[in-house]
Design a binder for this molecule. Structure first.
Ligand code: GDD
Ligand code: MN
Length: 386
């Protein structure tokens, strides 16, 4: 294997498995469509194709007239290790800072290359997908079954992994190499692009429509195993997304979002309290106003407790003893808070001559905060700053 590529700008990775009837046409077609001012390197990654694809390319390279801007390398792997792993191999070998990935059966028209490479020149564009599912894109030559499979896979990527692109299953795409720097890939099955889209989270992605036409020669290598690999790879990416979401929770973010929820619950508690008290002291029954107030307090405190347990602190342990104990602590702290609030209002108004409404707001804010911290630490057993 000769190593080419000094000064290469774009590396085009072309995995092959039994493509003897297609590969040379693809290589020639790429040569015809490359922008003239660009130095390009094609990298054929062959998995020891039984039909001799690798040898055909080697022979071709012996005889072809070399041109200045376009070199072709072949990587020979010993066994069939799968499409994504072939692509990854090619990426590791590539010397260009722009990478293109395309199939070797002419389903991916090289005539689209200039447009894709042009789009990548924009600093705000990191990945270009040749897309079958944006306006103007299409598929010809596929059976209904294959079309449904592709759509289903796309649906899963969208709803299971939250991928926003229309064709994350595309095998034809280009990207700036730097966006995958430092990333680790599993390279399972066919879905290299999907893995890149999920892992290079902040990349700017553009989709360009094209017409996919099924191969004329040879057969597709997609089979039942490809579907199985797909689920395996989606599952891995899904788990990755979840653990990242957990790790992302910086203590400050978590603390303030929980405090926000706690205050919201408190506010609904006030509303419930007011509603209940007025209902029982007039509308549905004529209780003594003290009794009505007690009912109001009891209902809103219990409501607050459950909302805070489930929503604010996301505690799903409903064991009876555990919950009762939490409930008692919560009521205890709330009563303590009410007492503190009362003394504070008294102090502020009577001693410091602060206006009552202002004193009330200050006292409520203080007692709510101390309530939050006490309940976080002792009732729901969390670290305070988390
Ligand atoms: N080196 C290597 N090793 N190449 C492989 C292997 C492998 O194990 N398996 C497949 N390839 C090569 C094929 O030679 C071909 O160039 C390309 O990968 C795509 O394989 P096809 O078998 O032609 O796939 P397809 O046309 O059915 O599927 C197309 O659509 C999918 C999306 O629905 C391709 O574009 C896929 O890449 C794409 O994901
Ligand atoms: Mn194909």
């Amino acid at each position: 294997m000769r190593k080419h590529g000094t000064g290469t700008q774009v590396s085009i990775i072309i995995p092959t498995y039994n493509e003897s009837q297609n590969i040379l046409d693809v290589l020639r077609s790429i040569e015809r469509h490359l922008p003239a001012n660009m130095k390009a390197q094609a990298i054929v990654v062959d998995d020891n194709s039984p039909d001799g694809t690798g040898k055909i390319v080697e022979d071709y390279l012996e005889n072809v007239k070399k041109i200045a801007n376009y070199t072709i390398d072949v990587i020979h792997r010993k066994t069939k290790e799968g499409l994504s792993s072939a692509i990854l191999k090619g990426i590791q070998y590539a010397t260009g800072n722009t990478i293109v990935v395309m199939d070797s059966d002419l389903s991916h028209p090289p005539s689209l290359l200039p447009k894709m490479l042009d789009a990548l020149k924009h600093p705000k564009c990191d990945i270009v997908i040749a897309s079958r599912y944006v306006n103007g894109g299409s598929i010809t030559g596929w059976t209904m079954k294959r079309k449904i499979m592709s759509k289903a896979a796309t649906f899963i990527a969208k709803h299971g992994l939250g991928v926003g692109q229309k064709d994350p299953m595309s095998g034809f795409f280009a990207f700036k190499k730097q966006i995958i720097q430092g990333l680790k890939f599993d390279a399972i099955g066919y879905k290299m692009l999907l893995e890149i889209l999920v892992k290079a989270k902040n990349a700017n992605v553009l989709e360009i429509p094209y017409a996919f036409t099924d191969r004329k020669f040879g057969t597709s290598k997609v089979d039942f195993g490809t579907a199985k690999d797909y689920f395996r790879s989606v599952w891995k990416l899904y788990k990755l997304g979840r653990s990242a979401a957990k790790e992302e929770k910086r203590p400050s973010v978590s603390f303030f979002s929980k405090a926000g929820r706690f205050y919201t619950v408190g506010a609904t508690g006030l509303a419930i309290n007011y509603l209940m008290s007025s209902l029982f002291s007039g509308v549905i029954s004529n209780l003594w106003y003290i009794h009505a107030t007690i009912i109001g307090i009891a209902v809103s405190m219990s409501g607050n407790f459950f909302l805070n347990k489930v929503w604010t602190f996301e505690d799903r342990n409903f064991g009876r003893r555990h919950t009762m104990l939490q409930y008692c602590k919560f009521i205890g702290f709330s009563s303590l808070g009410a007492l503190a609030q009362l003394s504070m209002v008294y102090l502020l108004v009577d001693q410091y001559k602060i206006q009552y409404p202002l004193a009330l707001v200050a006292a409520v804010a203080c007692s709510a905060l101390s309530n939050f911290i006490l309940n976080k630490k002792w009732t729901f057993k969390e670290k305070i700053w988390s």
